[in-house]
Structures are given as C-alpha cells and as structure tokens.
Write a protein that binds this ligand. Structure first.
Ligand SMILES: Nc1nc2c(ncn2[C@@H]2O[C@H](COP(=O)(O)OP(=O)(O)OP(=O)(O)O)[C@@H](O)[C@H]2O)c(=O)[nH]1
Ligand SMILES: [Mg+2]
Length: 645
C-alpha cells in the first residue's frame, strides 16, 4: 500500500476548511444533515485523495468555538495541518486557538491556506499574509508555505496540491511499535457489518481476527475486518486512518474517547504527572483549577495540582507563556502513556489554556509540594524533539525502578509507563542491567540495592539460625521469605536465592542453609542419637513412646527432643499421628504387605484382624499403619477390608 499521510484542517469558522477539502478531494466532509442545513461543520469529517501516489487522508474539523472539543478529537494523530485563514477576515480567535492546539500537540508539519482569495484584492491578501506570519513566528509553522487559494474559482488549487505533496513528503513515517493504539473518533453501525469504529492509528498495527481491548472499560473485542481509505485490507498500520469492523459489541458499548489497544499493555489511570505550558494569552493556571483534559479522542474533567516550580509566594499559579510541572487528577479513568501530548481547556468558559506532555501515567501517591517531587518530575522530563529517546527512557526507568522498591517494576509496565517501544524493550533492559540500574527477576525489574540488601539479610539470618540451632538443617524457604521479604515480589526473592546458590554461599533445598553449614552433634547428642535410633529400629512396628526411650537411655528431655526432631527431618524416623516409627520398619512393612499379593494372587485382601495377627501388633499400632499403607498406595480401603494394590 502507498504511503499515507493524515492531514488535518484547522481555523476559524466559515473560513472555508470544508470547501477546501471538497475542492481537493471531491468529497464533501460535512456529512450530517444539520451541518448541511446550517452550513457549518459540527463534527469531524473525512475524505481522502491520492496525490502522485501518496495517499492523503483528510480530517476536517469544525471551526465553531463551541465545537473545539470535536476539533481536538480529530487532530490527535495528524501528520500535517492546513491552517485555513480566509483572506477577507484574516486571523480570528479560533485561528489562534486551533494554531495553539496544533503547536502544543507538536503537530510535526503544516502549511497555511489563505482561502477565499477571490474575494479580496492584492493589498488585503498581503495584510492577511503578514498577520499570519506574525501569528506563526517562532513556531513549527514559522517557515511554512502560505498559499492563496479559492475553492470557488479553483485558483491556487494546483499550487496547494504541490505544496501539500512537498510538505507531506518531508514528514517522517511513524515507526510501527508493536503496541497498537487507535483512539476512536467515530462509532457507527453498518448494514451487513455491524459495529464499525474509525480513527487514526497512532502506533502499531491492527490485523483482521486480532483480539483487542476497547479501553477505558476493558472490553474485549475481535477485529472482523479492516478498511484503509475505503479499501478492505488485512491490516492497518501506524499513521493510517482506518475503519475497524468489530465482532461481539454493540454500537452503544463503544464511544469516542475510548481507544482500541493491544491487550495487556495499558493500565487505566486517574492520576498522572505531566509537564505543562500555559499559552501566552490565557489566564494564569491556578493550583486546584478544574479543567477539561483532552488526549487522543478523549475529554475528561479533572483538577490541576501544581508540583512546581513556584516563583512567587502568593497562591501558586503558572503564569501565561510559561512552563511548569503538574499532577493531574482526573474524574474518570484514562488510557495514557509516557510521552503522550495533551491539551487543557478551562472548565468554563471552555477555552484552550495549556498543553503538555505526560511524564508518568502512574505516579506513586506521595506528597508533591516539595523539592523531592519537583526533582523527580525534572528527572522524568524530556523533550522528544531534542532529547535522545533511549537516554530519557533509561532515566525514567531508573526513577520508577527505584520507587517500585521491593514490589519491583513489571516489564509490562515499561511500555506504557516509561513509553518504551516493545521492540526496544530487551535492549533497554540490557542497558539498565549493564549500567547497574536494575536486576532482572523473571518478568520484573528491581533495584540492585534491594537485591544486595536481601542477600545480606539472608546470610545474616542463616548465620544466626545456625548458631542458635546447630542441629537444624536451615530455615524453610517460605519462612525465610516471609520473614525477610514478605511484601517483596516473590520473583526477586527466588532470583536472589538462585544467585547465592550459584555463588555457593547457600544451599537451597526445602530448607535454606549456608553452604558451609554441617549438622554437628556434641558427644552427648551423638550418643543420644545412636541410642534413640537403635531403640526405634529394634522396636520395629511396636515403638515405645519417646519419653520412655529417653528415660531408659538416661538422656535429658531437651537433648532427646532436639535429636528426635533431627532424626525426623533426616527421615530416619517417621511420625504417623502420635506414633513414631523407624523408617526401616516401615519399609519392611510395605514390602511385606505388597508381597501378600504375589503369594495370594490378584485378590489379596487384608483386614484389621489379620493385620494384627500377621504383624503381631495391637489395634493402637495397626490403625495408623494401615492408614499409612493407604496413603502410600500399597493398599486401598474398601469397607472393612483393604485390597493390596
Ligand atoms: N467566495 C468564496 N467563498 C468560499 C470559499 N471557500 C468557502 N467559501 C464559502 O464560505 C462558506 C463557509 O465555507 P466552509 O467550507 O463551510 O467553511 P468552514 O471553514 O468549513 O466552516 P466551519 O467548518 O463551520 O468552521 C461557505 O458558504 C462557502 O461556500 C472561497 O474560496 N471563495
Ligand atoms: Mg467546515
């Protein structure tokens, strides 16, 4: 498919935006009945046209001041803007407002169309040209071509087409990151197809049959079909306008403001940290101001909380024409990634006042009116136009890994929260590890300081444990984790254990021990061990109780207790309910009972009475032993008797 460039119109009401789109494409972008009746654009309109093999997709926006919110839903993904200024009226309020919006959203390129050139003489045209030049001085449109044109007579249209092609050619192709994201600008139902959504695909690729999420809301949808510029395709790519036919959802389930995204990449958020720039003819942006937050195609109410810097001592406010850092508290969830551009409009009257860049879509809920918070957002800040992307991503990741602490930062969060292209993820992780900023553990990242601290804590805990309980083989793994890292991410604990084991510092079995640890018995304990073991071995299936063994052998109860526990951990002795048997006796019992089958054929059975008789034990021993045999799958109980398996 040919290269595709999305072009947005911008400009004051009635300046001829829609007429120009129609003159260029042959399609009238005003599609609503009300628009035709009133002769104004109300909502976004769409048209497309090939110019010399490049596909230009037009998003025509309304100029009316009441519909700026619709305009905002359209300019999100555009590559190029045509700022439309009627030569007879020149620069008007929405010329300025739309221009500021494009500037704040960092629309990459543009040109100016001086429309209705047929209505003015040369001098008036020059005045309009000068006023436009003044407006765009110092902006992305500073050197943009200004093309006089008339939709009525067709004068200048060819030049406009050529200029559009030239400017369009200079815009850079958007990289196709594998996270797909399509802010939805229209939802409708099409006969024979069902639900269709449209939008500009800002990143990634959307394929037929793919599963996606419509978020916020998290609804799973399936892509039934994809159309780009009115043609069926098997996929749409970043930078294209696309119509996506969805299976399994009604039109009423989906709205403008949601986005189609790859499952598992974005988390909804209501609190974000951002940089902000207040436009020069707006009022100061006050701490606590209620605003309309616009991003993608969404409009969400929220409040501005100033992080800083604060030049004055009075009520903090960001003066017009200056920049600062803010925390935005939204009244409804949004889907945001680091690096997203947004616009703020005043709650009432709704005029555009500021715009900026999302720096952290999931900031920790810490106090923000202090120097630490300001340092933090300064660290997170970046200017995509001049900063090295990889360096700024690594800096942000470092902040977030540090803050995640023991909980660790999931790799999946790196994409939306840090803004890393999934294809670059492993390279970034490698860089973080090499720089000593992160340690990886399964699918999370943790700061090396945490890993080191945990390692030290484990060694100390084991040393103390071995000193206090020399007969213990170590601390059970789970107990150790609970004790030292209860709130930490389990993968980090496992990673640290593995590191220590690989370095031969510890040994990890059911219990964790220092590698150097040996169970060493004192002469008294050793004598006790031998005596107890012998007693149980000789007692076979009729063991006496531990206390009487100890008493008979003259062993103190505390030594007996320690040695008994050791023998059980070593599996020399086995506890069945209240009774303890020597492992040898149980082994012999198992093979004897299993042997019944070989001698008696397939239907070997045994009941309590025959068991007692054959093995010479009382009921007290017979019951736990038979139950043990069931558990060991040597026998199976069937009513009063047992079958030998
Ligand atoms: N004489 C003359 N009239 C024009 C020209 N372009 C547009 N018009 C007229 O100006 C009026 C407004 O044109 P639109 O294209 O609807 O203006 P718009 O900028 O799309 O307006 P909104 O979408 O409502 O902001 C219409 O009556 C057009 O016929 C032109 O080049 N010359
Ligand atoms: Mg219009």
């Amino acid at each position: 498919m040919s290269r595709s460039i999305v072009v947005g119109t911008a400009g004051h009401i009635d300046h001829g935006k829609s007429a120009l789109v129609k003159a260029l494409t042959g399609t009238d972008p005003d599609r609503l009945k009300e628009e035709k009746a009133r002769g104004i654009t109300i909502d976004l309109g769409f048209a497309h046209q090939d110019i010399d093999g490049v596909n230009f997709a037009f998003v025509d926006v309304p100029g009316h001041e009441r519909f700026v919110k619709n305009m905002l839903a359209g300019v999100g993904g555009i590559d190029l803007v045509i700022l439309v200024v009627a030569a007879d009226e020149s620069v008007m309020p929405q010329t300025r407002e739309h221009f500021e919006i494009c500037r704040l959203l960092r629309v990459p390129a543009g040109l100016v169309a001086l429309t209705k050139s047929d209505l003015v003489d040369g001098d008036t045209l020059e005045v309009a040209r000068l006023e436009v030049r003044e407006l765009v001085t110092g902006s992305f449109l500073e050197d943009a071509p200004i093309v006089p044109v008339s939709a009525r007579t067709g004068a200048g249209l060819d030049t406009l087409r050529t200029t559009l092609f030239e400017v369009g050619h200079r815009t850079v192709d958007r990289g196709i990151a594998s996270v797909s994201r399509l802010p939805i600008d229209r939802v409708f139902s099409m006969k024979g197809f069902g639900t269709v959504v449209t939008g500009t695909l800002v990143s990634g690729r959307i394929r037929t049959d793919e599963e996606m999420i419509a978020a916020p809301g998290g609804r799973r949808v399936k892509v039934r079909g994809v159309q780009v510029h009115g043609q069926r395709q098997d996929h749409a790519s970043a930078g294209q306008r696309a119509a996506i036919n969805l299976a399994g959802v009604e039109v009423s389930d989906i709205q403008r403001g949601q986005a189609l995204v790859t499952p598992g990449t974005f988390e909804e958020t209501r609190v974000v940290d951002a940089s902000v720039e207040v436009i020069s003819d707006a009022r100061p942006l006050k701490h606590g101001a209620r605003v309309r937050f616009h991003q993608g195609t969404a409009e969400i109410l929220g409040r501005v909380v100033l992080i800083g810097p604060f030049p004055g001592r009075e009520i903090p406010a960001i003066p017009p024409g200056s920049r600062a850092f803010v925390r935005l508290r939204l009244e409804k969830p949004a889907l945001l990634a680091r690096g997203d551009r947004y616009i703020l409009r005043a709650y009432s009257p709704s005029v555009t006042i500021a715009g900026g860049l999302i720096l952290d879509p999931h900031p920790p809920r810490t106090a923000i009116r202090n120097k630490e918070a300001l340092d933090r957002v300064t660290d997170l800040h970046f200017d995509p136009a001049v900063d090295d992307r990889s360096a700024s991503e690594l800096r942000a990741a470092a902040v977030m890994i540090r803050e995640a602490g023991q909980a660790a930062l999931p790799l999946s969060a790196m994409v939306a929260r840090v803004g890393i292209d999934p294809q670059a993820l492993s390279a970034r992780v490698h860089a973080l590890v090499t720089a000593g900023t992160a340690v990886t553990a399964a699918d999370v990242l943790v700061s090396p300081a945490i890993a080191t601290r945990l390692k030290d804590a484990i060694v100390v805990a084991l040393t103390l444990h071995h000193r206090a309980q020399p007969l213990s083989e170590g601390i059970p793994r789970e107990e150790l984790r609970e004790q030292l890292f209860g709130r930490g991410h389990p993968a980090v604990f496992e990673r640290v254990l593995a590191d220590l084991a690989n370095a031969h510092v510890i040994s990890v079995r059911e219990r964790v021990a220092l590698a150097s640890h040996r169970v060493e018995l004192s002469p008294e304990e050793d004598r006790a061990r031998a005596a107890i073991e012998r007693a149980y071995r000789e007692a076979g299936l009729k063991p006496p109780d531990a206390a009487s063994i100890a008493a008979e052998a003259g062993i103190s109860p505390s030594v007996a207790d320690r040695v008994m526990k050791l023998l059980q951990r070593q599996k020399v002795l086995v506890r069945l309910d209240a009774l303890v048997f020597h492992d040898d006796a149980l082994r012999r019992l198992k093979s004897d009972v299993a042997g019944l089958k070989t001698s008696a054929g397939a239907a070997a059975r045994i009941d309590v009475a025959t068991f007692k008789e054959r093995f010479g034990v009382s009921r007290k021993f017979a019951i736990p032993l038979l139950e043990y045999l069931d558990r060991e799958r040597v026998t199976r109980r069937m009513g009063d008797t047992r079958v030998v398996l």
